[in-house]
Design a protein around this ligand. Structure first.
Ligand SMILES: NC(=O)C1=CN([C@@H]2O[C@H](COP(=O)(O)OP(=O)(O)OC[C@H]3O[C@@H](n4cnc5c(N)ncnc54)[C@H](OP(=O)(O)O)[C@@H]3O)[C@@H](O)[C@H]2O)C=CC1
Ligand SMILES: O=C(O)[C@@H]1CCC=N1
Length: 272
């Protein structure tokens, strides 16, 4: 039996994070596909859910009627309307989890009935390959049981940590959006190799494996990245010549600016 009752995606039926997590949860047997009901206004993104064996609907209220655990994953500007629509159907048995960037627990609590068990989650796309990085914070109505449930469900998709809410926008800048910066870096690595004469497909695969290996070593050794970087540098060798170029291009300051810009954007979205 599914100890969590019906798990459902109210929305977020696109290529985004909720759609990425669901096939993984189904494959791992955490949630039977038949107990997932995904809702979106059009069929555009619902096909992917149906292909995974999930049920779909165009009626958000149906999800509330059938489900206890409800994920909200619309684009931020759509969310207030959705909350207004579902509010009369939200009861004390529901656990509402929002993945929506920039929407605070305070806003969610204001727009949902008093005491609703609500949690705010920020995942990232690699959830689909069980290498996601997720953080969540609980609202005042959610207790240890709901936090443990979310953590146990999502840990199968990667790292999942409970944090103070103030970290969620930072996590968005670091990791939710950060995945895109890493792809940009991977693309640049590969293009450098293409410029020097390596075929593009091989260069791309090697760039990806380089990122994977570097990340794995950082996690497994627990070492600071500066130490690991130092270990690669032979005095007078190739790496230090390359690092000098990256420093001239202000790579570190630029990446820090990117994290700051995305974090600030997530903070501003709360005011939009
Ligand atoms: N992409 C990412 O890596 C990450 C995204 N997020 C957050 O996840 C959220 C979703 O992003 P993403 O999946 O990329 O966006 P998508 O546009 O792919 O998905 C949004 C879905 O919401 C549906 N929708 C629109 N209006 C409603 C409504 N009134 N009721 C129910 N469903 C509705 C859309 O339906 P239709 O198909 O019919 O238009 C669409 O399927 C955003 O808030 C984003 O901030 C968080 C972390 C990472
Ligand atoms: O770009 C965005 O707003 C969303 C949030 C994190 C990743 N994508």
């Amino acid at each position: 039996a599914d100890p969590w009752g019906i798990y459902a995606g109210l929305a977020g039926s696109g290529p985004g994070p909720l759609c990425s997590m669901s096939p993984r949860l189904i494959r791992l047997g955490k949630v039977p596909a038949s107990s997932i009901l995904a809702s979106a206004p059009s069929d555009k993104n619902l096909d992917a859910w149906r292909e995974s064996g999930c049920r779909t609907t165009h009626c958000n209220l149906e999800v509330l009627q059938e489900s206890t655990l409800v994920f909200l994953a619309t684009k931020p500007h759509i969310l207030p309307g959705v909350l207004q629509e579902i509010r009369p159907a939200v009861g004390s048995h529901h656990i509402v989890v929002s993945l929506v960037a920039g929407v605070t627990l305070q806003t969610l609590q204001r727009l949902l009935p008093a005491g609703t068990k609500v949690l705010r989650l920020m995942p990232n796309l690699p959830c689909v390959v069980q290498a996601g990085a997720m953080v969540f914070a609980r609202g005042s109505g959610a207790g240890d049981e709901e936090a443990a449930l979310l953590k146990s469900l999502l840990s199968s998709c990667g790292l999942c940590e409970e944090v103070p809410e103030s970290y969620i926008n930072i996590h968005t800048g670091l990791s939710g959006s950060g995945v895109a910066y890493v792809y940009l870096f991977a693309e640049a690595l590969a293009e450098g190799a293409v410029k020097m004469g390596m075929p593009g497909s091989l260069a791309s695969r090697i760039a990806a494996q380089t990122l994977l290996g570097a990340a794995k070593m950082m996690l497994e050794s627990g070492e600071h990245p500066a130490k690991l970087r130092g270990d690669v540098c032979t005095p007078g060798g190739t790496t230090i010549h390359a690092l000098h170029q990256l420093e001239k291009g202000a790579l570190r300051a630029t990446v820090m600016n990117a994290v700051e810009a995305a974090t600030n954007r997530a903070r501003d979205m709360a005011k939009d």
